[in-house]
Design a protein around this ligand. Structure first.
Ligand code: CO8
Length: 264
Protein backbone atom coordinates (compact mmCIF):
# COMPACT_ATOMS: atom_id res chain seq x y z
CA UNK A 1 0.00 0.00 0.00
CA UNK A 2 1.70 3.20 -1.05
CA UNK A 3 -1.07 5.59 -2.10
CA UNK A 4 -3.29 5.09 0.94
CA UNK A 5 -2.23 5.03 4.59
CA UNK A 6 -4.30 3.58 7.41
CA UNK A 7 -3.72 3.98 11.13
CA UNK A 8 -5.87 3.63 14.21
CA UNK A 9 -6.12 5.66 17.40
CA UNK A 10 -8.33 3.83 19.87
CA UNK A 11 -11.69 3.24 18.22
CA UNK A 12 -10.99 5.71 15.38
CA UNK A 13 -9.48 4.73 12.03
CA UNK A 14 -7.67 7.36 9.96
CA UNK A 15 -7.39 6.88 6.19
CA UNK A 16 -4.96 9.21 4.41
CA UNK A 17 -4.84 9.47 0.62
CA UNK A 18 -1.12 9.72 0.12
CA UNK A 19 -0.19 10.97 -3.33
CA UNK A 20 0.89 14.51 -2.48
CA UNK A 21 3.08 14.88 -5.59
CA UNK A 22 -0.18 14.86 -7.63
CA UNK A 23 -2.20 16.70 -4.96
CA UNK A 24 -3.71 13.33 -3.99
CA UNK A 25 -5.47 12.91 -7.36
CA UNK A 26 -7.44 9.69 -7.66
CA UNK A 27 -5.99 7.25 -10.17
CA UNK A 28 -7.08 3.61 -10.45
CA UNK A 29 -4.45 2.47 -7.96
CA UNK A 30 -5.64 4.96 -5.34
CA UNK A 31 -9.22 3.77 -5.83
CA UNK A 32 -8.14 0.11 -5.54
CA UNK A 33 -6.11 0.80 -2.41
CA UNK A 34 -8.96 2.72 -0.80
CA UNK A 35 -11.20 -0.30 -1.39
CA UNK A 36 -8.60 -2.59 0.17
CA UNK A 37 -8.32 -0.35 3.24
CA UNK A 38 -12.09 -0.43 3.72
CA UNK A 39 -11.91 -4.25 3.53
CA UNK A 40 -9.29 -4.19 6.28
CA UNK A 41 -11.17 -1.97 8.78
CA UNK A 42 -11.86 -4.05 11.89
CA UNK A 43 -15.51 -3.29 12.57
CA UNK A 44 -15.35 -4.98 15.98
CA UNK A 45 -12.97 -2.34 17.30
CA UNK A 46 -13.30 0.70 15.03
CA UNK A 47 -16.37 2.90 15.48
CA UNK A 48 -15.66 5.90 13.25
CA UNK A 49 -13.35 6.71 10.32
CA UNK A 50 -11.63 9.91 9.27
CA UNK A 51 -10.69 10.41 5.60
CA UNK A 52 -8.07 13.03 4.78
CA UNK A 53 -5.31 13.84 2.30
CA UNK A 54 -1.55 13.93 2.79
CA UNK A 55 0.14 17.33 3.01
CA UNK A 56 -1.21 20.78 3.74
CA UNK A 57 -2.24 21.81 0.26
CA UNK A 58 -4.75 19.32 -1.01
CA UNK A 59 -7.40 16.91 0.20
CA UNK A 60 -7.97 15.44 -3.28
CA UNK A 61 -7.52 17.51 -6.47
CA UNK A 62 -9.88 15.26 -8.43
CA UNK A 63 -9.70 12.19 -10.56
CA UNK A 64 -6.37 11.79 -12.35
CA UNK A 65 -6.66 13.87 -15.51
CA UNK A 66 -3.64 12.16 -17.11
CA UNK A 67 -5.22 8.74 -16.68
CA UNK A 68 -8.60 9.95 -17.97
CA UNK A 69 -7.30 11.90 -20.96
CA UNK A 70 -7.20 8.98 -23.41
CA UNK A 71 -10.18 6.94 -22.25
CA UNK A 72 -12.74 5.64 -24.75
CA UNK A 73 -16.48 6.03 -24.05
CA UNK A 74 -16.63 2.52 -22.61
CA UNK A 75 -13.51 3.05 -20.51
CA UNK A 76 -14.84 6.39 -19.27
CA UNK A 77 -18.06 4.74 -18.16
CA UNK A 78 -16.10 1.93 -16.48
CA UNK A 79 -13.87 4.44 -14.66
CA UNK A 80 -16.99 6.29 -13.50
CA UNK A 81 -18.43 3.02 -12.21
CA UNK A 82 -15.22 2.19 -10.39
CA UNK A 83 -15.35 5.49 -8.50
CA UNK A 84 -19.10 5.34 -7.97
CA UNK A 85 -18.94 1.81 -6.53
CA UNK A 86 -16.19 2.83 -4.09
CA UNK A 87 -17.88 6.08 -3.04
CA UNK A 88 -21.20 4.29 -2.54
CA UNK A 89 -19.32 1.85 -0.30
CA UNK A 90 -18.03 4.77 1.76
CA UNK A 91 -21.53 6.27 1.90
CA UNK A 92 -23.04 2.99 3.10
CA UNK A 93 -20.07 1.85 5.19
CA UNK A 94 -21.49 0.57 8.49
CA UNK A 95 -19.76 3.19 10.66
CA UNK A 96 -19.65 7.00 10.24
CA UNK A 97 -16.95 8.49 8.01
CA UNK A 98 -15.75 12.08 8.57
CA UNK A 99 -14.00 13.90 5.73
CA UNK A 100 -11.26 16.19 7.11
CA UNK A 101 -10.72 18.40 4.05
CA UNK A 102 -7.26 19.91 4.27
CA UNK A 103 -7.07 21.84 1.00
CA UNK A 104 -8.29 21.33 -2.58
CA UNK A 105 -11.46 19.25 -2.88
CA UNK A 106 -12.06 19.47 -6.61
CA UNK A 107 -14.04 17.19 -8.91
CA UNK A 108 -13.61 13.66 -7.59
CA UNK A 109 -12.19 15.22 -4.41
CA UNK A 110 -15.43 17.04 -3.65
CA UNK A 111 -17.29 13.90 -4.71
CA UNK A 112 -15.46 11.59 -2.31
CA UNK A 113 -15.97 14.13 0.49
CA UNK A 114 -19.69 14.17 -0.28
CA UNK A 115 -19.87 10.39 0.07
CA UNK A 116 -18.73 10.79 3.70
CA UNK A 117 -21.23 11.33 6.50
CA UNK A 118 -19.77 14.58 7.81
CA UNK A 119 -17.45 17.15 6.24
CA UNK A 120 -15.23 19.57 8.13
CA UNK A 121 -12.48 21.59 6.49
CA UNK A 122 -9.42 23.76 6.94
CA UNK A 123 -9.51 27.51 6.19
CA UNK A 124 -7.49 26.95 3.00
CA UNK A 125 -9.95 24.41 1.56
CA UNK A 126 -11.25 25.03 -1.96
CA UNK A 127 -14.27 23.22 -3.37
CA UNK A 128 -15.50 22.87 -6.91
CA UNK A 129 -16.69 20.68 -9.73
CA UNK A 130 -14.41 21.77 -12.61
CA UNK A 131 -15.48 18.97 -14.96
CA UNK A 132 -17.38 21.00 -17.59
CA UNK A 133 -14.18 22.98 -18.11
CA UNK A 134 -12.51 19.68 -19.02
CA UNK A 135 -15.27 18.58 -21.39
CA UNK A 136 -16.90 16.03 -19.07
CA UNK A 137 -19.66 15.88 -16.48
CA UNK A 138 -18.94 15.06 -12.86
CA UNK A 139 -18.68 11.26 -12.93
CA UNK A 140 -18.18 10.10 -9.35
CA UNK A 141 -21.63 11.09 -8.05
CA UNK A 142 -21.26 14.88 -8.13
CA UNK A 143 -24.43 15.61 -10.09
CA UNK A 144 -26.42 13.55 -7.60
CA UNK A 145 -24.88 14.19 -4.18
CA UNK A 146 -24.23 17.92 -4.57
CA UNK A 147 -27.85 18.49 -5.61
CA UNK A 148 -29.00 16.57 -2.53
CA UNK A 149 -26.57 18.21 -0.09
CA UNK A 150 -26.97 21.85 -1.03
CA UNK A 151 -29.90 23.35 -2.91
CA UNK A 152 -30.39 22.06 -6.48
CA UNK A 153 -29.99 25.64 -7.73
CA UNK A 154 -26.65 26.08 -5.96
CA UNK A 155 -25.46 22.66 -7.16
CA UNK A 156 -26.35 23.58 -10.74
CA UNK A 157 -24.57 26.94 -10.44
CA UNK A 158 -21.38 25.30 -9.14
CA UNK A 159 -21.45 22.50 -11.73
CA UNK A 160 -22.44 24.61 -14.78
CA UNK A 161 -19.95 27.40 -14.04
CA UNK A 162 -17.08 25.14 -12.84
CA UNK A 163 -16.21 27.96 -10.43
CA UNK A 164 -14.46 27.11 -7.16
CA UNK A 165 -15.63 28.27 -3.74
CA UNK A 166 -13.66 28.82 -0.56
CA UNK A 167 -14.23 27.35 2.89
CA UNK A 168 -16.47 30.17 4.19
CA UNK A 169 -18.82 29.83 1.21
CA UNK A 170 -18.84 26.02 1.57
CA UNK A 171 -19.90 26.55 5.19
CA UNK A 172 -22.58 29.05 4.19
CA UNK A 173 -24.20 26.68 1.68
CA UNK A 174 -24.01 23.69 4.03
CA UNK A 175 -21.39 21.72 2.12
CA UNK A 176 -19.25 21.53 5.28
CA UNK A 177 -20.26 21.61 8.93
CA UNK A 178 -17.31 23.59 10.30
CA UNK A 179 -14.07 25.36 9.29
CA UNK A 180 -10.85 25.22 11.35
CA UNK A 181 -7.33 26.61 11.04
CA UNK A 182 -5.30 24.00 9.17
CA UNK A 183 -3.24 23.12 12.26
CA UNK A 184 -6.41 22.32 14.24
CA UNK A 185 -8.30 20.33 11.61
CA UNK A 186 -7.13 16.81 12.49
CA UNK A 187 -7.58 17.36 16.22
CA UNK A 188 -11.11 18.59 15.55
CA UNK A 189 -11.80 15.54 13.36
CA UNK A 190 -10.43 13.18 16.02
CA UNK A 191 -12.46 14.88 18.74
CA UNK A 192 -15.62 14.55 16.66
CA UNK A 193 -14.86 10.91 15.81
CA UNK A 194 -14.07 10.24 19.47
CA UNK A 195 -17.45 11.63 20.56
CA UNK A 196 -19.19 9.36 18.06
CA UNK A 197 -17.10 6.38 19.17
CA UNK A 198 -18.18 6.83 22.80
CA UNK A 199 -21.83 6.23 21.95
CA UNK A 200 -23.57 2.90 21.55
CA UNK A 201 -22.16 1.47 18.29
CA UNK A 202 -25.23 -0.52 17.28
CA UNK A 203 -27.35 2.60 17.74
CA UNK A 204 -24.90 4.83 15.83
CA UNK A 205 -24.80 2.37 12.93
CA UNK A 206 -28.58 2.17 13.04
CA UNK A 207 -28.83 5.98 12.84
CA UNK A 208 -26.57 6.04 9.77
CA UNK A 209 -28.62 3.37 8.03
CA UNK A 210 -31.96 4.93 9.00
CA UNK A 211 -30.92 8.38 7.76
CA UNK A 212 -29.40 7.08 4.52
CA UNK A 213 -32.16 4.61 3.65
CA UNK A 214 -34.89 7.00 4.79
CA UNK A 215 -33.61 9.81 2.57
CA UNK A 216 -34.02 7.52 -0.44
CA UNK A 217 -37.63 6.66 0.45
CA UNK A 218 -40.92 8.50 0.77
CA UNK A 219 -41.91 9.53 4.33
CA UNK A 220 -44.41 6.66 4.85
CA UNK A 221 -41.74 4.11 3.98
CA UNK A 222 -39.00 6.07 5.77
CA UNK A 223 -40.69 6.03 9.18
CA UNK A 224 -41.15 2.26 8.87
CA UNK A 225 -37.41 1.96 8.16
CA UNK A 226 -36.80 3.90 11.38
CA UNK A 227 -39.26 1.78 13.40
CA UNK A 228 -37.52 -1.43 12.37
CA UNK A 229 -34.03 -0.15 13.17
CA UNK A 230 -35.28 1.38 16.46
CA UNK A 231 -36.82 -1.96 17.43
CA UNK A 232 -33.58 -3.78 16.65
CA UNK A 233 -31.80 -1.77 19.39
CA UNK A 234 -33.92 -3.31 22.12
CA UNK A 235 -32.69 -6.34 24.03
CA UNK A 236 -29.12 -5.39 23.17
CA UNK A 237 -26.67 -5.12 26.07
CA UNK A 238 -26.00 -1.51 25.14
CA UNK A 239 -29.69 -0.55 25.30
CA UNK A 240 -30.18 -2.31 28.63
CA UNK A 241 -27.05 -0.82 30.18
CA UNK A 242 -27.57 2.65 28.66
CA UNK A 243 -31.08 2.91 30.07
CA UNK A 244 -30.21 1.26 33.41
CA UNK A 245 -27.43 3.82 33.81
CA UNK A 246 -29.89 6.67 33.32
CA UNK A 247 -32.27 5.21 35.88
CA UNK A 248 -29.46 4.68 38.41
CA UNK A 249 -28.42 8.32 37.93
CA UNK A 250 -31.98 9.48 38.67
CA UNK A 251 -31.92 7.37 41.78
CA UNK A 252 -28.61 8.64 43.04
CA UNK A 253 -26.56 11.22 41.08
CA UNK A 254 -23.42 9.88 42.73
CA UNK A 255 -23.86 6.76 40.63
CA UNK A 256 -23.14 8.70 37.43
CA UNK A 257 -20.76 6.75 35.27
CA UNK A 258 -19.76 6.55 31.69
CA UNK A 259 -21.25 3.54 29.97
CA UNK A 260 -18.61 1.53 28.17
CA UNK A 261 -20.77 0.46 25.25
CA UNK A 262 -19.85 -2.89 23.84
CA UNK A 263 -21.27 -3.20 20.37
CA UNK A 264 -23.53 -5.94 21.64
N1 CO8 B 1 -5.00 14.81 -11.95
C1 CO8 B 1 -3.69 14.54 -12.17
N2 CO8 B 1 -2.70 15.31 -11.67
C2 CO8 B 1 -3.03 16.37 -10.95
C3 CO8 B 1 -4.36 16.71 -10.69
C4 CO8 B 1 -5.37 15.87 -11.22
N3 CO8 B 1 -6.67 16.07 -10.99
N4 CO8 B 1 -4.37 17.84 -9.95
C5 CO8 B 1 -3.09 18.20 -9.75
N5 CO8 B 1 -2.27 17.32 -10.36
C6 CO8 B 1 -0.82 17.34 -10.39
C7 CO8 B 1 -0.29 18.37 -11.37
O1 CO8 B 1 -0.29 17.86 -12.69
C8 CO8 B 1 1.11 18.62 -10.85
O2 CO8 B 1 1.92 17.55 -11.24
P1 CO8 B 1 3.43 17.86 -11.81
O3 CO8 B 1 4.16 18.49 -10.66
O4 CO8 B 1 3.95 16.53 -12.20
O5 CO8 B 1 3.27 18.82 -12.95
C9 CO8 B 1 0.91 18.51 -9.35
O6 CO8 B 1 -0.31 17.78 -9.15
C10 CO8 B 1 0.79 19.84 -8.66
O7 CO8 B 1 -0.25 20.54 -9.31
P2 CO8 B 1 -0.07 22.05 -9.85
O8 CO8 B 1 1.34 22.32 -10.23
O9 CO8 B 1 -1.12 22.27 -10.90
O10 CO8 B 1 -0.41 22.86 -8.51
P3 CO8 B 1 -1.02 24.34 -8.42
O11 CO8 B 1 -0.91 24.74 -7.00
O12 CO8 B 1 -0.44 25.23 -9.44
O13 CO8 B 1 -2.57 24.16 -8.80
C11 CO8 B 1 -4.73 23.10 -8.72
C12 CO8 B 1 -3.42 23.40 -7.98
C13 CO8 B 1 -5.50 24.40 -8.94
C14 CO8 B 1 -5.56 22.16 -7.86
C15 CO8 B 1 -4.41 22.46 -10.09
O14 CO8 B 1 -3.51 21.39 -9.89
C16 CO8 B 1 -5.62 21.92 -10.80
O15 CO8 B 1 -6.40 22.68 -11.34
N6 CO8 B 1 -5.77 20.58 -10.79
C17 CO8 B 1 -6.87 19.91 -11.48
C18 CO8 B 1 -8.14 20.08 -10.69
C19 CO8 B 1 -9.27 19.47 -11.46
O16 CO8 B 1 -9.66 19.90 -12.53
N7 CO8 B 1 -9.86 18.42 -10.87
C20 CO8 B 1 -11.01 17.75 -11.42
C21 CO8 B 1 -10.56 16.61 -12.27
S1 CO8 B 1 -11.93 15.88 -13.13
C22 CO8 B 1 -12.65 14.89 -11.98
O17 CO8 B 1 -12.27 14.82 -10.85
C23 CO8 B 1 -13.81 14.11 -12.47
C24 CO8 B 1 -14.24 13.01 -11.51
C25 CO8 B 1 -15.14 12.03 -12.16
C26 CO8 B 1 -14.40 11.18 -13.13
C27 CO8 B 1 -15.29 10.28 -13.87
C28 CO8 B 1 -14.50 9.54 -14.93
C29 CO8 B 1 -15.29 9.01 -16.01
Amino acid sequence: MSFVLYETEGAVGIITINRPEALNALNSSVLDELGAVLDAVDLDSIRALILTGAGEKSFVAGADIGEMSSLTKAEGEAFGKKGNDLFRRIETFPIPVIAAINGFALGGGNEIAMSCDIRICAENAVFGQPEVGLGITPGFGGTQRLARLVSPGMAKQLIYTALNIKADEALRIGLVNAVYPQAELMDAAKKLAGKIAMNAPIAVRGCKKAINDGLEAGMDEAIVIEEKIFGDCFETEDQREGMANFLRKKDDPAKVKHVAFKNA
